[in-house]
Design a protein around this ligand. Structure first.
Ligand code: ADP
Ligand code: MG
Length: 317
């Protein structure tokens, strides 16, 4: 029997249900819920690589680093190191949840986390226009000191104070691709591509260095699905289905979209919100255009039903 490989990008709601449930322990319970549903898929013969978001978690780590710097003069943590820390923390939790849920379900498979770097290009236009706000608010004086001493890009944020902004370039290459492939070939469930990957740039001689940026997790996971020739890309998020005319009176939930329809809706520009659903649809368009056959968007509790064609939004060539 040939392998069926799925890349599953899990959204923020698989770790933080709402503002009142943000502790590490509560994130573990949320991750376990999602792990249960992924194990149902594994039970049906899927080999999976799971990528996850990390925006709030990196935010917490940055805030801790900022307080530690103020209170105890500890050196400020570089953003890409916070990204790596979040991959480690979330990866640990997800892997353990998967191991425990497989144990309970009688599935005899191993799971492992691969800390992953994603190459971005310094020529990416995003570096000309850093626009993603990260970390806490600062006074103008604090912001100017960071700009001078650490080279941060800082902007005034709608009268609320000053914030650091970083670029969000497109992912170009998954550095640990061969390692992920080897694990999948060995039948091991993989957690990787956390937060779209730790952003790195390639020096002239091919060596790598970390860079302060953030990568869209849906684009990062789409790139992995393309590189693995995955049979399916699953994007798990907070909605059961995708709608056109989202939030408008004529809103309509979709069971299915073709690639051509997805491109058409994207062009119309009114259906998918920028920064939430639009990048997911674009990530799926990229996967299908690169030869992928099908993709699904749904919420964690409906993953298996969506794979069986009972719900979710399916996007095919
Ligand atoms: P994630 O952490 O999973 O990436 P996001 O908040 O970035 O979550 O994206 C999912 C959200 O996108 C949904 O909760 C929904 O509110 C919003 N959304 C925007 N446009 C649409 C649409 N056309 N159909 C369904 N949901 C949409
Ligand atoms: Mg998102």
């Amino acid at each position: 029997m040939s392998k069926k490989v799925a890349v599953i990008a899990i959204g923020g709601n698989s770790l933080i249900k709402d503002k009142a449930h943000q502790s590490v322990q509560e994130q573990y319970f949320a991750a376990d819920e999602t792990a249960k549903h992924i194990v149902e898929m594994i039970k049906e013969g899927w080999d999976v690589v799971i990528g996850h978001g990390n925006g709030p978690q990196v935010g917490f780590l940055l805030q801790k680093a900022e307080i530690a710097e103020k209170v105890a003069n500890l050196a400020m943590a570089p953003l890409e190191v916070c990204g790596a820390q979040s991959q480690g923390q979330i990866g640990y939790q997800l892997v353990q949840c998967l191991q425990n849920e497989m144990k309970r379900a009688g599935v005899n498979k191993a799971a492992a986390c691969v800390i992953e770097q994603t190459v971005v290009s310094k020529e990416d236009p995003a570096f000309q226009n850093p626009s993603k706000p990260i970390g806490g608010f600062m006074t103008e004086e604090e912001a100017k000191i960071k700009e001078r001493d650490l080279g941060w890009n800082v902007v005034e944020d709608a009268g609320r104070g000053w914030r650091r902004v970083v670029p969000s370039p497109l992912p170009q290459r998954i550095v640990e691709l061969d390692a992920i492939k080897a694990l999948i070939d060995a039948g091991i469930i993989v957690v990787s591509i956390g937060g779209g990957g730790i952003p790195v740039v390639e020096r002239e001689d091919g060596t790598l260095e970390g860079i302060a940026a953030v990568i869209d997790k849906d684009f990062g996971n789409s790139l992995l699905a393309q590189n693995l020739n995955a049979d399916m890309l699953v994007i798990s998020t907070a909605v059961e289905k995708v709608a056109i005319n989202f939030g408008k009176p004529e809103q309509q939930w979709l069971d299915h979209m073709t690639l051509a329809e997805a491109k058409q809706y994207m062009e119309e520009g009114v259906h998918f919100k920028k920064g939430s659903m639009a990048p997911k649809i674009q990530a799926i368009i990229n996967f299908l255009e690169a030869g992928g056959k099908e993709a699904i968007i749904t919420n964690p509790e409906n993953i298996l039903r969506a794979i069986h064609g009972e719900t979710g939004t399916r996007i095919t060539k």
